[in-house]
Design a protein around this ligand. Sequence first.
Ligand code: DOR
Ligand code: ZN
Ligand code: ZN
Length: 352
Amino acid sequence: MKLPGLADPHVHLREPGSEDKEDFYTGTCAALAGGYTALLDMPNNPQPTSSLEALEYKKQLAAAKIVCDVGFNFGATPINAPLYPQVEPQVAALKVYLGETHGPLVFGGLEGMLSVFQGWNSPRPIMIHAEGPIVAATIGLAALYDRRIHICHLSKRDELVLVRAAKERGLKVTCEVAPHHLFLTSEDAAPDHLGPYGHMSPALQSGADLDALWQGLADGAVDMIATDHAPHTRAEKEGPKPPFGVPGLETAFPLLYRAVKQGRAGVTLDRLVDLMALVPRRVFGLPLGDSEIEIDDSEFVISSENLLTKCGWTPFEGQLGRGRVRRVWLRGQLVFEDGRVLAPPGSGRVLF
Ligand code: DOR
Ligand code: ZN
Ligand code: ZN
């Protein structure tokens, strides 16, 4: 079976500064192995992507190494709004961290939030990392300032209630859900199960939240699936202060496709293609129609041994997937075949 190339608007490729976890080459190899041909990279590097210089440097590094297309999201700080007019044409979106997370970009407080919503006057979305009442606050600001916002890794039933209400009012609000919030619950994060490997932000939630997200996938309240691919080394995860985050690029499609084939929540294959390929491309202005993937329909056991992500582990170890990615074509070139990346480093495009 052939499908359009998948697109993920939310990945952490870790370069520059955390190349022990991932780099532009290994991260984009993992993307191809997972059926993704376009990614958006997040700005929460140790030196965050919140200045023009940092953005330019990141693009240079990426251009030499990537094997699929990569665009960048710019990191908001409480004081960098004056850069927005110059930055806006060079990025897919603005990313705002309004809650606990990995990296130095977190801020709260009304003054900083106002500078973001007043300053970012663009059809490109403001991507929100927030939970609970802060999600409500950002929807309120989107309404007041007529801004387009995108709620990242929405994980709770009540947050989806807010997004549904915002959509009913015609506000420009979209949201994404991560595979870990669709297949794992807080019980999986128990010390005798995933332990630190189930530690991410937002945290794993209840079964009721998980069911609400599946309902949202089926009925359209959830716009897209984004992996929030956030690799960390095993040593860090098993250390005294395990960082938030799990890799996801290579496991997302097989997990989702298997669930769809089982009829979960009535999500159809067409809907899955919307969620993982067409809608993220439309919302974030990524290339459409220039890539294709070929899937083999059999089931397989997900194993860290076959992963191309540098971190070398997955929270879905031992789970069943279906629909291994056999081949990927990008702009007519065969770039991945049966576990091997054929595209040379630097053959992917830097977007925007
Ligand atoms: O789990 C997470 N990991 N959530 C975030 O917001 C950041 C990410 C990371 O960079 O590791
Ligand atoms: Zn986040
Ligand atoms: Zn993230």
